[in-house]
Design a protein around this ligand. Sequence first.
Ligand code: KG4
Ligand code: ZN
Length: 355
Amino acid sequence: MNILAIETSCDETSLALVRTKKNNVEILGHFVHSQIKIHSQYGGVVPEVAARNHIIKIFPLLEKIKKILPLEKIDLIAITYGPGLITSLMIGVWLAKTLSYIFKIPILPLNHLEGHIAVSMLPEQYDAKKTFQPLSVEFPLLALIVSGGHTEFILSKKIGHYEIVGETLDDSAGEAFDKVAKLLGLSYPGGPIISRLAFRGDRKKYPFPRPMIQSKNLEMSFSGLKTSVRYTLEKLKQYKKEDIAASFEEAVVETLVTKTLQAIKKYNPKTMILGGGVAANNRLREMLSLKINALPETIRLFLPQKQFTTDNALMIAMAAFMIQQNKKIAEKRTSLEHWKSLAPDPNLTLRDVSR
Ligand code: KG4
Ligand code: ZN
């Protein structure tokens, strides 16, 4: 089956073309146009600018896809229809609907977070030019998705069914990284820069709070931590950015890892997946692996490859592959008629797509 995947939920315009055959996947093409440079001058994503750039970029990317495979040979269109920025989502959804109508191709609408979960199925070692077998996920699956817009625990007991079992009450962890970077006068997005500085800093220098670490539930909060960094900076006459970055990063990582261990204890997953932009963070990957490997239970931890932690269409193609593993659910969600009514949903939840 030839699947065209489209992702435009935020500031990455991306198309992927994959061919699936039973349990195998071949990546025929994958293109990502990142707008980070454009938005970094504003200190964050400007929705109107993002949408305009999606329109400019998406057709040249489609031309690249056409050179690999004539569009009429596409069997399925996998599209992110939420959550995200409405004006950004619209561009991808309209392209999906237009292609579906013209070439009579069914659409499988996907939640962006299904992509962040499924991209971890890409094996560590695979030849992008050859057919490969994605890692097989055993259920129940627990996913920690940490990005600019989300910080949540997702429990999945079967393909296509998700339950949010814990989330941040305020800022996402990625947002905290970005805001602290701003306080330190660093550019956007702040996560990767903080993480690089932290490598050379003292993680114990400043005892920033570990928010809600003692609470019995899986709720989290990162806005107080950001405020604590702000007060500390206001009080200090001199400091090394490296030490602030390291102490802050340690507080976030310790909080996320402690909550993950609590979640594992509560839900006994067979597979644990880390996903979202913050999943690129070395310290988080390292500490999560260390702690999970030390547990008496056998839990398979899937860490996404760093290059696929930020938004891309390959993750949406992998989510389509995952859904295809259950014929009934795939049939329920896929339709030749979606072009008539599918609308982007900026507030789409995982519950909305659960079957
Ligand atoms: O998933 P993503 O690309 O976009 C959203 O859906 O939000 O996540 C972007 C977020 C940003 O907040 C960015 O600062 C953060 O991921 N990020 C990181 C790292 N790389 C990206 N945070 C911490 N450490 C990193 N290495
Ligand atoms: Zn994302």
